[in-house]
Design a protein around this ligand. Structure first.
Ligand SMILES: [Zn+2]
Length: 181
């Protein structure tokens, strides 16, 4: 865990040393950041993160821009798929007596804290920026699986539990072959 913690620490901004006004930060976000938060279904993460920060007397406005690719396995056919992200997120940090990061858009940073670690926010922006279903666009799945799914008898009228248990043995064999390579 030590290496991922160190990786995470590199997203820390020395807040107390920042002058009032605008500052820009850049990071190359890689898989290690997501791994540090327990994410293991995304790989080959290559995301450019640019942060435009404006420090004012009582608050800071942080505008994050995240652009790049992540690779995952399609939930439908199991083949790798690349997801391209192009996200913009704003975060407002208010200086307060105590730190409180429980809000999504406004966080409170204790005036005594000299550092703000934005790694957690970058991780959250990436996760919320991903589509809910990680599947290829319609018609772009592995053709072998597409034709299998097209031939499969309709499952309508059955309970979800029953559906999950009833896996065609040919499909299972195919999935096993996939995981080998
Ligand atoms: Zn697919």
């Amino acid at each position: 865990m030590d290496s991922s913690l160190k990786e995470n620490d590199s997203y820390a901004i020395g807040v107390s040393g920042l002058k009032l006004g605008k500052h820009t930060f850049d990071w190359e976000v890689n898989t290690a950041l997501l791994n540090a938060y327990g994410v293991d279904h995304l790989r080959d993460v290559a995301i450019e993160c640019t942060l435009d920060l404006e420090k004012k007397e009582r608050l800071m406005q942080l505008d994050f821009e995240l652009k790049g690719d992540v690779v995952t396995d399609c939930d439908r056919c199991g083949l790798p798929m690349t997801l391209t992200l192009d996200l913009e997120n704003r975060l407002v940090v208010r200086f307060a007596e105590e730190s409180d990061f429980s809000d999504d858009e406004v966080v409170f940073l204790a005036e005594l804290e000299s550092k703000l670690d934005v790694g957690q926010f970058i991780y959250e922006f990436i996760m919320t920026g991903l589509p809910t279903r990680l599947v290829h666009p319609e018609g772009e799945c592995d053709p072998e699986v597409e034709s299998f799914l097209a031939e499969a008898p309709s499952e309508e009228g059955q309970g979800d539990e029953e559906k999950e248990e009833k896996i065609d043995p040919r499909w299972e064999a195919l999935k096993k072959l996939r995981t080998k390579d």
